[in-house]
Structure formats: structure tokens, C-alpha cells
Design a binder for this molecule. Structure first.
Ligand SMILES: C=C(O[C@H]1C=CC=C(C(=O)O)[C@@H]1O)C(=O)O
Length: 370
């Protein structure tokens, strides 16, 4: 593992693009290393790794499998960076920024009450200066703390470093079976007590669930949804419904672009909420609330790695998987400055101060490891 991080470190020093990631509940660390920093846009018919912005008019990035060095290594638990400094769990928030955000929330709630929008997901950046920061140490702490999350560090010289630990799947797709989730509603996790969900959270999660099922219904007659349950994500709990559908490979790209952005990160009606966000948040979300992950990646089973004959390669090709995650609980690092991105769904029954607190609670996911 040490060699691996040394290689990633050299890649960063040479200002060459890369991504390291570990998917939920996996003990395999995966990586793409690029030989040059040429910008390539995502091609859903090829195999590789995508990094896709919230606003699809902005540049997205694709690490094409054929043009990268792809690697998998097993994570050895006791080789992961040990000490997790839990002391820095709060930063001094700028009072002006807080006031401006609460005002935007209040104005938006007022609009929502008039019925033009059903839901708007608002967000804000939190900026601060880093001292003696090591990206790979932070990444290893994220790996250790958030085993149920997609944990990643992504870099391109044009965009800087992005790090995150997201609990939300956009699409898992393999052999015609698509799985996704409707994740929304937030409470602080408390040991030995399950949250009592209020009408507001049940409503905002229900909107997401129905929206996704309707979208998938355009492509599939077989859309299934689980019962809604509590899903823990670090210091938080969300409401979640697992949704699955049979989708033909030829439709996959359309399904992905049709689902993104879901009302878990944008709102309803989608296009109106998106315009409202872009106009009123007064900052660029960039890749926050976008999505990232593998596209058509031939699945290499660790056990069969030594057996590289034609036959196994053919099997691998057929078992290509797409595993995409919504880019939440993430931050950007550029020149010793960190920017965290936090947001939450707002409806007519929201309370502005409570919504501000929710974003503060969400910032803990990353502040814990800095
Ligand atoms: C938009 C975010 O969270 C989404 C996912 C789970 C719960 C959410 C909520 O309670 O509003 C959001 O929909 C974020 O973490 O920045």
C-alpha cells in the first residue's frame, strides 16, 4: 500500500490526472493513472471513469481505460494511516455567510409556499485555509471512517484535487439489472435511538422516490422499490428507498442522463429548480452534486487475476459494470485552500435555521478528517 500511495503522490507532483477510490463495503482500492492531462469528455459506450459536473453544460472528464494504467489492490486494514484526529470538528463560520445563506433559505421557502416549486435543494461552500495538509492521509482517514461510502480522491491539473465520501448511489448496472436509491431527509445519528421522521422529511424523500420510479418506468416495465428505511451515513441518518429495474444496455446512457440531477440534489420541477439554483446560490457547484464512477468497467475478480487467458478476458468483457455515485460530502483543494460543499432539500414546510444547521451537520463528515 505504501508503494501505491507513493506512486499516487508522484503522479500529483507531476501534475498528471488520477483517481483512487474504494466502493461501499469493498476492501479493494482501485485506481486510474493518466499519462497526460489531455481533457477527454465522457463516452458512455467506452470503459473508464467519469467525473461529471452538476450542470451538464460544464466540462466533464473521462479517464478512458485504454489510455490509463488501471490497478486494483487489496486494502490491508492495519496499513492504513492510523490516527484520526477528531479534534477539529468545527470551524469558525463566517457570520455574514451564515446570514446570507439563511436569507436565501427564507426567500426560497417563501417561494415554495406559493406552490411554483415543490422542492429546491440549496447548498453553500465552506472555505478555509489548510496547514501542512497531506491529501493521501486525509483519503486514508476517509477510508477508515466511512466503510459504507464511495470514498475517492480525484485530480486533474485544470480542476485541482477533489475528495469525498458519498453515501448515495446514482446507478449500479450489470447484466441488464439497474439499481439506484432515493436518499433524502437528514438527522444526526444517535446511538441506540432511531429518528422520528417529520412530515417534511417523509415528503422530500417521497418526491425523490416517485420521481426516480417514474423516470425508470419510461425504459422498463419492471421497476421495483423496497420499503423505505433508515440509512446511516457517518454522523448522519437519511431515509432511503432501494429501487431496481431491468434496463437494456442501449438505454443505459439515456437513463443516467435522465436521472441526473435527481430531486435529491436539485429539486422539482427539475429544470426550474436547476435554473433557480444556478441563479441564486451565487457560487459554482462544479462537481458537487454531479456524479462520478466507473462506466462499463470489465469486472476483474481478485481470485482470477493470475488467469489471464483469452477465455477469461471474454467473460470479463461480458460482465462489465457501471457504478456511479452522486458526488456529495465532498471538497475541493487548490493551493492550500479547501472548499467543502454542503446542501439540503428545502420544501414549503422547511425552517430556514434548521436547514442551515443541517448543512453544518453535513460538513462534519469531512471536517472530522482534516
Ligand atoms: C444534498 C446533500 O444531501 C442529499 C442527500 C441526502 C439527504 C439530503 C437532504 O436531507 O436534504 C439531500 O437530498 C448534501 O449532502 O449536500
Amino acid at each position: 500500500m505504501k508503494d501505491f500511495f507513493q506512486k499516487a503522490s508522484a503522479q500529483l507532483q507531476n501534475q498528471l490526472p488520477f483517481v483512487l477510490y474504494r466502493q461501499p463495503k469493498s476492501d479493494i482500492l482501485q485506481s486510474f493513472f493518466m499519462a497526460d492531462s489531455k481533457v477527454v469528455s465522457t463516452e458512455f459506450t467506452r470503459s473508464g471513469f467519469t467525473f461529471f459536473p452538476f450542470d451538464n453544460r460544464q466540462q466533464n472528464y473521462f479517464f478512458d481505460l485504454e489510455k490509463s494504467t488501471y490497478n486494483e489492490i487489496e486494502i490491508i486494514e492495519n496499513e492504513i494511516f492510523e490516527s484520526i484526529n477528531q479534534s477539529k470538528t468545527s470551524i469558525e463560520e463566517d457570520e455574514d455567510q451564515k446570514r446570507i445563506y439563511i436569507q436565501l433559505l427564507a426567500e426560497s421557502i417563501h417561494l415554495l409556499k406559493q406552490g411554483e416549486y415543490q422542492k429546491i435543494v440549496l447548498s453553500r461552500p465552506i472555505q478555509f485555509q489548510l496547514k501542512n495538509h497531506n491529501v493521501f492521509e486525509t483519503f486514508q482517514k476517509l477510508l477508515k471512517l466511512y466503510t459504507n461510502a464511495m470514498v475517492y480522491v480525484w485530480y486533474h491539473p485544470n480542476e485541482g484535487i477533489w475528495l469525498g465520501a458519498t453515501p448515495e448511489t446514482l446507478v449500479n448496472y450489470s447484466q441488464s439489472q439497474l439499481k439506484t436509491m432515493a436518499l433524502a431527509g437528514t438527522r444526526v445519528f444517535q446511538e441506540n435511538s432511531s429518528p422520528e421522521w417529520r412530515e417534511k422529511e417523509i415528503e422530500e424523500q417521497g418526491l425523490v422516490s416517485r420521481y426516480i420510479q417514474t423516470k425508470l418506468g419510461k425504459y422498463s416495465k419492471q421497476v421495483k422499490a423496497s420499503a423505505t428505511y433508515d440509512k446511516q451515513a457517518g454522523n448522519l441518518v437519511h431515509l432511503n428507498t432501494d429501487i431496481s429495474a431491468r434496463i437494456q444496455q442501449k438505454d443505459l446512457q439515456h437513463v443516467i442522463l435522465d436521472l441526473h440531477p435527481t430531486p435529491a440534489v436539485c429539486g422539482l420541477p427539475t429544470e426550474d429548480a436547476k435554473s433557480y439554483i444556478i441563479e441564486n446560490e451565487k457560487y459554482n457547484r462544479e462537481f458537487y452534486a454531479g456524479f462520478l464512477g466507473e462506466i462499463n468497467l470489465p469486472k476483474v475478480k481478485t481470485r482470477s487475476r493470475s488467469n489471464r487467458n483469452q477465455e477469461t478476458l471474454a467473460i470479463k468483457q461480458r460482465r462489465a459494470e457501471t457504478n456511479l455515485y452522486v458526488n456529495l460530502r465532498c471538497m475541493k483543494i487548490k493551493e492550500n485552500k479547501a472548499q467543502l460543499f454542503v446542501g439540503g432539500g428545502v420544501t414549503a414546510s422547511s425552517n430556514a435555521t434548521e436547514e442551515w444547521k443541517e448543512t453544518r451537520d453535513k460538513s462534519q463528515t469531512l471536517l472530522k478528517v482534516l
